[in-house]
Design a protein around this ligand. Structure first.
Ligand SMILES: Cc1cc2nc3c(=O)[nH]c(=O)nc-3n(C[C@H](O)[C@H](O)[C@H](O)COP(=O)(O)O)c2cc1C
Length: 323
């Protein structure tokens, strides 16, 4: 057993988190992570309406009696979803852990706190983590530059970002971006973190409801198989290398604006990748950690492997180095 401030504060058996993943954070995956002793997050906005989210929470409860959470990602958007109603659905459903991401969670915190909900805020810089601690979140996940999805614009990798954060924070810190195995977990703990958050690794498990071909592509991909899109728009996203992501980068390099890539990056095209296994249908998030992923295990196998190997690493390999 690995005990950290995260496992204690959030009441989770192992210091391993499955962060919110659009289109992927659904009942089956979240419950599998929970049953394996990790903390899984349903992704609220994958559900078309707040009532659908209520039903997804119920479905998850039918599959596990362990704790799980809901991720609410607030990104700039022309037609924003009804965030307050999603928050209300979470509160009324009795979920006790929320992962916030994308923007400052301050307006929602009093409501979550009043409902006894613990908040893990995900961010990409030390200054945002410090701000989150100040406004009263219970923990922060910090995404390094390696991560899938939105790494921010500072380009600081985890090896520097995580200790820079843990040096100045008092609340539990979850290291995120580039983690897939026991070596990563032990390294994160050595850097002062209290656990790891994984996206791409959980995307490539048996319970993740995406096409088998996408999982096989993650296994085949190396650490070099990502592209950074939207760099020129100050909204960088790390996605898998494919025809579409290369095209978007090319258009941006030639001075293109969002309007020029809008159709290529449409959410519906990305859905086709996950649902139909058409790997070049659209863009899909994946991190550099693809280079460390060699199999498609169940969440149970994955989490017990990471925890067992981490214990051996700490006790035997590292312990034996102390003369
Ligand atoms: C397919 C996919 C979708 C994601 N969608 C979201 C999201 O909606 N909200 C969010 O906060 N993070 C999202 N992320 C980021 C993950 O929660 C996590 O922070 C990131 O994957 C960590 O980096 P890693 O992939 O190297 O483990 C997504 C990641 C992936 C792979």
């Amino acid at each position: 057993m690995l005990r950290t401030r995260f496992t204690e504060t959030f009441g989770i058996e192992h210091p391993i988190v499955q962060g919110g993943m659009m289109h992927v954070g659904r009942a089956q995956l979240v419950a599998a992570v929970a049953n394996a002793g990790g903390l899984g997050f349903i992704t609220a906005l994958t559900q078309p309406t707040p009532d659908d989210l209520r039903r997804e929470i119920e479905r998850t409860r039918e599959l596990t009696d362990k704790p799980f959470g809901v991720n609410v990602t607030i990104l700039p958007s022309i037609n924003p979803p009804p965030y307050e109603e999603y928050a209300q659905a979470i509160i009324e459903s009795g979920v006790k852990i929320v992962e916030t991401a994308g923007s400052n969670p301050e307006p929602f915190l009093p409501h979550y706190k009043a409902a006894g909900i613990k908040v893990l805020h995900k961010c990409t810089s030390v200054r945002h983590a410090v701000k989150a601690q100040k406004i009263g979140v219970d923990g922060v996940s910090i995404d390094g530059f390696e991560c899938a999805g939105h790494p921010g614009e500072d380009d600081v990798p985890g090896l520097v970002l995580i200790p820079a954060a843990t040096k100045v924070l008092d609340i539990p810190v979850i290291a995120s971006g580039g983690f897939a195995d026991a070596r990563g977990l032990v390294a994160a703990l050595a850097l002062g973190a209290d656990g790891v958050n994984m996206g791409t690794r959980f995307l490539c498990t048996q319970e993740s409801q995406i096409h088998q071909k996408v999982k096989e592509q993650i296994v085949a991909h190396t650490e070099r198989d990502t592209q950074l899109i939207f760099r020129t728009m100050n909204n960088t996203a790390r996605v898998a290398n494919n025809e579409i992501s290369r095209k978007v980068v090319e258009i941006e390099a030639a001075g293109g604006v969002f309007e020029d890539v809008k159709d290529l990056v449409a959410g519906a095209r990305g859905r086709r990748v996950f649902d139909e296994g058409d790997l070049d249908a659209g863009i899909w998030s994946a991190g550099q950690v693809q280079g460390l992923i060699d199999d498609i295990p169940s969440c149970g196998e994955l989490i017990s492997r990471i925890v067992n190997e981490a214990e051996t690493l700490i006790n035997s390999r590292l312990g034996s180095m102390v003369a």
